[in-house]
Every structure is written in C-alpha cells, then in structure tokens.
Design a binder for this molecule. Structure first.
Ligand code: 2AM
Ligand code: CA
Length: 268
C-alpha cells in the first residue's frame, strides 16, 4: 500500500470508528438483546452486530476489493492474507460493555499483504483513540507515544492477564502462574485485550497474557504495540498469525524472554 493510499484508508477508518462510537453511545441504554456464543459468559449484543455491519457496509462500499475478518461473521472467510484486510472487533470487552458500560473498545487493524499497516483502538467512554500508521508513530489522541522503556525489570512490572490462566490448569501449570504473580509487582484483569495492548503501548502496563484470543481481539493492538518497540508472540515463542486463534504474550521488549522462560517451565 503506498503512503497516499494508506493515508486515505486511515482517514476513512478513523472517521468510521468515531461515528460507530457515537452510535454505540447513543444506543447503549436501549435493550441490548444479549445472547451467548461459545459459552455462557461469551456475550454478544445487538450493538456488536450492528456496529460490525456498519463497518462492513462502509468498507464494501468504499473499497470493494478490500476484505474483512470480523468477530460477528459479517466479513469474509479468509484462508490467505493477500491484499488489504480489515480485522475488526466492533466491541472488544463485551462483558464490560454489558455489565459496566465502560472499559470496552472498537478495534480495527488493517493489514496489507500480511503486514500490519494501520491500527485503531477507540476507548468509547473515555473518548480516547489509540492509533498508528506503521513507521509513522503510535498516538493516544494527539499525543505521540514514546518508545517503551528499556529499564524495566520483572519485579517492577504490572502485567494484565486473563484470570483463566489461574483457574485453568490447561496451558500452564497454575503453580507456575502463582509463582509468576509473586515475581511481578502487580497483576490486572481489565477484560479487553485491545485496551490491554494499548496500555502496554502507552507504558501503563508492562505486559499482557491471554490463553486464547482471536485475530480481531489483537490485530490493532499488535500493530500499535510493535510501533513503540513492544514484542508480541504466542506462548511457544512463535509469531502472531492473523488467521489463527492463539495464546498471546505481549510485553515491553526487555521482559519478553524472561516471561516466556518462566511460563515455559509450566507449559502443559
Ligand atoms: P470480546 O469482548 O470481544 O469477546 C476478555 O478477557 C478478553 O478476551 C476480551 O478481549 C474478549 O473479547 C476476549 N475473548 C476472546 N474469547 C472470549 C470468550 N470466549 N469469552 C470471553 N472473552 C473472550
Ligand atoms: Ca467483540
């Protein structure tokens, strides 16, 4: 994607993200028609579906040759990454959205031939947009985010994690996870992977661990985080694959190897 074309796509994406956020805010106190998906706590509302449809219609109208990977199924079924692909989570943190009416985000990552080019994560209730164009800097609203500190130590780190790491003994032995939590300074569970990756990028979290995330949960966050020098991979040390569900280990660059080494000790 050349720079001029990328700028046009970015401006469209940004305008649509803001507009979608405005619609969510206006409609969030209407009945949400809450349903469940993969399990009883995996929620979806009418606004998740409506927001994804909004993006799909806008994209197909403006860019008929672009393709879409979306959580709610209005996008395309992809098996390869050729061309421009929008990876969309209309509401990341749906449980927060339903129960707390805050701590959720719209997440849009745009890839070209498999390379992450644009990322937008919009914290709707805080009116905070994290945004990035690869190579042009990561921003929180109008503020440029500096490269991540190289002076971090694990015993001073705050790590976001999906708490299932602690109750399911499936991926990593829970005793190893308990040891890990005692090693770090603090653990947090915010409930939105997109926001947690944005928090690492802005330096308010030092890492984030989750066992099983989909491409739309993390695409924008990975593009944002990599721009400030953060590292993202899966628990087996492999690179992120935009077509697969996977574990996600994301962190400040100086902590990544150490985190992987600890988790590996309990790897099931
Ligand atoms: P979602 O709100 O878009 O479903 C919560 O810890 C984080 O994990 C959120 O980013 C949430 O995204 C994601 N997640 C992925 N799969 C999930 C599932 N089956 N149930 C709950 N959250 C899930
Ligand atoms: Ca979602």
């Amino acid at each position: 994607m050349d720079i001029r074309q990328r700028e046009t796509v970015y401006q469209h994406a940004k305008a649509w993200v803001y507009e979608a956020g405005k619609i969510i805010k206006e409609q969030m106190n209407n009945p949400l028609n809450i349903e469940t998906k993969s399990d009883a706590n995996d929620l979806v509302t009418i606004l998740d579906k409506q927001t994804e449809k909004y993006f799909v219609e806008k994209i197909k109208d403006e860019y008929p040759d672009h393709r879409i990977i979306g959580e709610e199924g209005y996008g395309d079924q992809l098996t390869e990454l050729d061309g421009t692909i929008w990876v969309i989570d209309p509401i990341d943190g749906t449980m927060n959205f339903v129960h707390q009416k805050k701590f959720f985000a719209i997440s849009v990552g745009i890839l070209h031939n498999g390379v992450g080019e644009i990322g937008l994560i919009y914290d709707v209730m805080n009116d905070t947009l994290y945004h990035v164009k690869k190579g042009e800097g990561a921003y929180r609203n109008n503020e440029l985010l500096p490269p991540l500190s190289m002076n971090k130590r694990l015993n001073e780190a705050i790590i976001g994690m999906n708490y299932f790491w602690l109750c399911e003994n499936r991926f990593v032995d829970y005793r190893v996870m308990q040891g890990f939590i005692r090693t770090i300074r603090g653990a947090r569970t915010y409930g939105s992977a997109a926001l947690e990756l944005a928090y690492i990028a802005e330096g308010t979290l030092d890492g984030y661990l989750s066992m099983r995330l989909s491409p739309w949960d993390v695409a924008a966050g990975i593009i944002l985080l990599q721009e400030v020098g953060g590292i993202v991979g899966n628990i087996d040390g492999k690179n992120w694959d935009p077509l697969q569900k996977s574990s996600i280990i994301a962190s400040n660059p100086v902590l990544h190897d150490e985190i992987i080494q600890i988790l590996k000790k309990g790897r099931k």
